[in-house]
Design a protein around this ligand. Structure first.
Ligand SMILES: C[S@@+](CC[C@H](N)C(=O)[O-])C[C@H]1O[C@@H](n2cnc3c(N)ncnc32)[C@H](O)[C@@H]1O
Ligand SMILES: Nc1nc2[nH]cc(C(=O)O)c2c(=O)[nH]1
Ligand code: SF4
Ligand SMILES: [Mg+2]
Length: 216
C-alpha cells in the first residue's frame, strides 16, 4: 500500500471531545465528496470544506510506500521520549487510505489512533476514537462512533437526520467561512447552534478553537 499524505503536523486537537489534546495530524490526500478544486465546489456534495487536500506538497507531506515508513514519519513528529502519543488521521477523507496495517503500526509505536471521517465509508478495525462528521445529502454508512460532530447549519443534513447513529458524544460545530484561517466565534452560525443545543440538550456546542487561537 502506498499512502499519499498532504501534510503532517503536531498541534492541539481544535474540535470536539478531545479539544486541547496534543496530537500529530496526518492529512491524507483526496476526498470522495469533493475534488478539492475551486471550480468543482458548487457542484460538490460537500461545499464548505475549509481544507486543501490536493497533492503531497504540504509540510511533512509525501508518498509513503509502507505502513512502517509512514508510522516512523509520524513518530518523528512527536516530542522525543514523550508518551501520551495521539495521532489523528484526517484529510481529505482518511478512510480512503487508512487500513489495519497502518493502525497496527501506530499501535506498535504506542499511539492512540483517532480518525476524522465524513462517515460514508466503512471503518477498518482498531480505531480508538472515531469522529464522524456527516456532509449534505451523502449517506452515512457508519452506524456507531465515539463522536458525531455535525457542521451546522446544513439544509440537507439537519441534526434530526442522524438520530439513528449511536454516538457517545453529539456536537454541533458552527460552519465557518471555508477560506478563513482566523475566526471570531460570535457568528450567526454559532448563535443558531447555541439555540439548537439549548432546545435539544442531547447536542453540545463545539468550536474550531485552532482558528480562534491561530494555531495549525
Ligand atoms: C476537513 S475535514 C476532513 C475529515 C473528513 N473528510 C470530514 O469531513 O470529517 C475535518 C473537519 O473539519 C470540518 N470542517 C470542514 N470545513 C468546515 C467549515 N467550513 N466549518 C466548520 N467545520 C468544517 C469537518 O466537518 C471535519 O469535522
Ligand atoms: N488544530 C486542528 N484541529 C483539528 N481537528 C480536526 C482538524 C481537521 O482538519 O481534521 C483539525 C485541524 O486542521 N487543526
Ligand atoms: S468530506 Fe471532509 S475533506 Fe471532504 S470535502 Fe468535506 S470537509 Fe473536506
Ligand atoms: Mg481542519
Amino acid at each position: 500500500m502506498t499512502y499519499s499524505v498532504k501534510e503532517a503536523f503536531y498541534s492541539l486537537q481544535g474540535e470536539g471531545a478531545h479539544t486541547g489534546r496534543p496530537a500529530v495530524f496526518c492529512r491524507f490526500t483526496g476526498c470522495n465528496l469533493w475534488s478539492g478544486r475551486a471550480a468543482d465546489r458548487a457542484g460538490a456534495i460537500c461545499q464548505f470544506c475549509d481544507t486543501d487536500f490536493i497533492g503531497t506538497d504540504g509540510q511533512h507531506g509525501g508518498r509513503f510506500h509502507s505502513a512502517e515508513a509512514l508510522a516512523d514519519h509520524i513518530l518523528a513528529l512527536w516530542p522525543e521520549g514523550c508518551g501520551h502519543r495521539y495521532v489523528i488521521f484526517t484529510g481529505g477523507e482518511p478512510l480512503l487510505q487508512l487500513d489495519t496495517d497502518l493502525i497496527q503500526a501506530m499501535h506498535a509505536r504506542e499511539f492512540v489512533v483517532g480518525v476524522e471521517s465524513n462517515g460514508t465509508l466503512a471503518a477498518p478495525e482498531g480505531i480508538d476514537w472515531l469522529c464522524v462528521s456527516p456532509k449534505g445529502t451523502s449517506d452515512v454508512v457508519v452506524k456507531h462512533c465515539d463522536e458525531l460532530k455535525l457542521v451546522f447549519p446544513q439544509s440537507a443534513a439537519p441534526p434530526e437526520r442522524f438520530s439513528h447513529i449511536r454516538a457517545t458524544h453529539r456536537y454541533l460545530s458552527p460552519m465557518n467561512p471555508y477560506d478563513a484561517n482566523r475566526i471570531t466565534p460570535q457568528s450567526d452560525h454559532t448563535q443558531a447552534a447555541i439555540a439548537y443545543c439549548l432546545a435539544n440538550p442531547e447536542w453540545r456546542l463545539t468550536l474550531q478553537t485552532h482558528k480562534i487561537l491561530g494555531v495549525d
